[in-house]
Design a protein around this ligand. Structure first.
Ligand SMILES: NC(=O)c1ccc[n+]([C@@H]2O[C@H](COP(=O)([O-])OP(=O)(O)OC[C@H]3O[C@@H](n4cnc5c(N)ncnc54)[C@H](OP(=O)(O)O)[C@@H]3O)[C@@H](O)[C@H]2O)c1
Length: 255
């Protein structure tokens, strides 16, 4: 197992893509702290923690709203105390929200909420982990193909993900020499999670048509497709990858 004994945090991991990432890292031997925000996800987080212990590793579930500025330090403190360790090896900044509206309908609250979770929380979650990151550690951001396309209705979401790609490059340049850490991002295309299924019909109809021509296979991505790529980026095998956005969309968006 490539991640045996490693300590990982995966944000937004009670369901969707994050849950698959947490499971995959655990299958590779990592101890995984699963974060989530809403009480309705508590049973899912608990079930995932049980599954991790059945795999012979361990997990802890941490409820924390990443819109709250105190959440990053709380997550780090609970991870260290929960596993009885003094370091963190892997941070996957996966938690995200999408709020799809034409520009004219976007309110300041909608704008601020998307940036608070998708962008500001990623920045400060990363900052909170740095004092504990191990040499050879991995920081992985979950971006989106929307960072590189112009889908109507996604201006704020897309911009929030563009920022993650900038974080990836600058953090890679800063953290490599200082901490011996690599920083990467993945950019999934459509994956049939709650987020995707709650998008407006018009956006889903456009996406459903586009996925028919995905070069690696005429289909949507699965959470497992994304988790396998994140698992590679979390492993020693990705030691010479840093500062990149790694295609996680079957070639739907190639740059
Ligand atoms: N699905 C797609 O088609 C797609 C495509 C490209 C990129 N992505 C990206 O992939 C990531 C995961 O998306 P998904 O599709 O798996 O979404 P999802 O099924 O809606 O899950 C989102 C996760 O983020 C957590 N979250 C939301 N708001 C939060 C907050 N305020 N504080 C802490 N956690 C919060 C949720 O926690 P709760 O469970 O507690 O609500 C949930 O675990 C996101 O960054 C998304 O932008 C998704």
């Amino acid at each position: 197992m490539s991640l045996s004994g490693k300590v990982a945090i995966v944000t937004g991991a009670a369901r969707g893509i994050g849950a698959s990432i947490a499971l995959k890292l655990a299958q590779e031997g990592a101890k995984v702290a699963i974060t989530y925000a809403t009480s309705s996800s508590t049973p899912k987080a608990a079930a995932l923690v049980s599954r991790l212990s059945e795999l012979g590793t361990s997990g802890i579930a941490i409820q924390a709203d990443l819109a709250d500025d105190t959440a990053p330090n709380q997550i780090v403190a609970k991870t260290l105390s929960g596993f009885g360790v003094d370091h963190i090896d892997i941070l996957v900044n996966n938690a995200g929200v999408a709020d799809v509206h034409p520009v004219e309908e976007v309110t300041r609250d909608m704008y601020d909420n998307v940036f608070a979770i998708n962008t500001r929380a990623v920045f400060f979650m990363t900052q909170a982990v740095l004092p504990y990151i191990s040499k050879g550690g991995r920081i992985i951001h979950v971006s989106s193909t929307n960072a590189r396309t112009g889908m109507p209705g996604t201006a704020v979401y897309s911009a929030s993900k563009v920022a993650l790609e900038a974080f990836t490059r600058v953090m890679a340049a800063e953290f490599g020499p200082k901490y011996g850490v690599t920083v990467s991002a993945v950019n999934p295309g459509p994956v049939a999670t709650d987020m995707y299924l709650s998008a407006p019909d018009t956006l889903r109809e456009t996406m459903d048509e586009l996925v028919k021509n995905v070069p690696a296979g005429g289909r949507m991505g699965t959470p497992e497709d994304i988790a396998d790529i994140v698992s590679f980026l979390a492993s020693e095998n990705s030691r010479w990858v840093s500062g990149n956005v790694v295609t996680a969309n079957g070639g739907m968006v190639m740059m």
